[in-house]
Design a binder for this molecule. Structure first.
Ligand SMILES: Cc1cc2nc3c(=O)[nH]c(=O)nc-3n(C[C@H](O)[C@H](O)[C@H](O)COP(=O)(O)OP(=O)(O)OC[C@H]3O[C@@H](n4cnc5c(N)ncnc54)[C@H](O)[C@@H]3O)c2cc1C
Length: 328
């Protein structure tokens, strides 16, 4: 690991003052379950690490007039245990999917949303875009993207919570780069596909940070379904979150978000269109799953993921509608 300066700010303003305007010079440390491994492997080599876990305003789950506010450094197990999140089963199911009490206790919600891709070319020093996508296209790409993979970025976004939170209409409060700047960014607009080495996977600038996650009360039926290798602390092969507005037995609105199939969490308008105006049953859920993957563009070794994603969408919809109790 490269030597670095270690800073422990106590306020949001102090944290902003410690962050560089250039990527790579400083890194934000929350639970460290992702960042420390990257630093040990010299994939990231900051001059300064800014530990934001001692900023009291960034921790805890609270209720607002129209939703729930979760501080970015709140550990995942505290989110899981909070009764305020009981009406958002998709979020709790996604956290349970991590299936490691150590990671749930140490990892934070902000870190989970901002964790870096697991792409093995990136993790082995090949760069985030792995020679502008050439390494992935010509190599072992069995866990890579099956959507939005025509550019240099072919990794899948690793967040488990992002699909659930996007489906629920969540937003993140972002502060910086200037001291008095803050904005509420819909999570659906937070992720982006990097086009070159100067971009990362979110719209955050190097001197910005996420302080809170806001989840609105929208009275939605929600669920997350993941297709996984097994029960260990490993990432899903494909996942989907569904949030449905149902009245009179009919789906009035739906947000279906796929995970682990593209460089960003992927909102499927096709799956939504296959559901709205219909009642949920095995057939409509199956049709929505088929619609979600109809335009997949698999790479040479990951065609199987389209079937897994289709199943994830179907199961998430059935779980959300209470027609299936499997999953978690
Ligand atoms: C052995 C192992 C197995 C794992 N398995 C899984 C798994 O199966 N499923 C899964 O989902 N995850 C898994 N993880 C990853 C882990 O769940 C996530 O890395 C964790 O949730 C990240 O949270 P953290 O607080 O530790 O983040 P950190 O490691 O502290 O930070 C992660 C990244 O986010 C940035 N960051 C953190 N907080 C903020 C913020 N508030 N604003 C802006 N940027 C921020 C950091 O700079 C860093 O780049 C695994 C990790 C390990 C070590």
């Amino acid at each position: 690991m490269k030597n670095f300066e270690y800073a422990v700010p106590r306020t949001e303003a102090e944290a902003l003052g410690l962050l560089s305007r250039e990527w790579g010079e400083t890194e934000i440390l929350a639970g460290g379950t992702d960042l420390v491994g990257l630093m040990k492997k010299m994939i990231v080599t900051p001059d300064r690490v800014v530990n934001i876990k001692e900023i009291p305003t960034l921790r805890g789950v609270s209720e607002t007039a129209d939703g729930i506010l979760i501080g970015a450094v709140t550990p995942l197990d505290e989110v899981l245990d909070s009764p305020l999140l009981d009406d958002f089963p998709a979020v709790k199911q996604a956290i349970r999917g991590i299936s490691s009490i150590q990671l749930q206790a140490q990892g934070t919600i902000g870190g989970e949303l901002c964790q870096r891709p697991q792409c093995w070319y990136y993790r082995n020093g090949g760069g985030l875009l792995a020679d502008r996508g050439k390494l992935v296209a010509s190599g072992d790409n069995r866990y890579h993207a099956i959507f939005n993979n025509s550019g240099p970025a072919k990794f899948v976004h690793p967040s488990r919570l992002a699909p659930a939170l996007i489906a629920l209409g969540a937003a993140v409060r972002v502060i910086g780069p200037k001291q008095d700047q803050e904005s509420l960014v819909p999570l659906a607009e937070f992720y982006r596909v990097p086009r070159d080495d100067n971009q990362r996977e979110t719209v955050l600038a190097p001197s910005q940070l996420v302080t809170h996650v806001y989840v609105p009360w929208l009275n939605l039926h929600s669920a997350t379904y993941e297709v996984r290798h097994g029960e260990g602390p490993d990432y899903p092969l494909a996942a989907a979150a569904a949030a449905l507005e149902i009245s009179g037995g009919v789906v009035r609105e739906a947000r279906i978000v796929l995970g682990h199939v593209a460089p960003t969490p992927l909102v499927s308008g096709d799956a939504r269109n296959a559901l709205v105006g219909r009642s949920v049953d095995a057939n409509t859920a199956e049709s929505a799953g088929a619609a979600a993957v109809a335009h997949a563009t698999p790479l040479s070794h990951n065609g199987y993921k389209a079937q897994l994603a289709k199943t994830a969408v179907k199961r998430a919809i059935l779980l959300a509608a209470g027609l299936e109790t499997g999953g978690f």
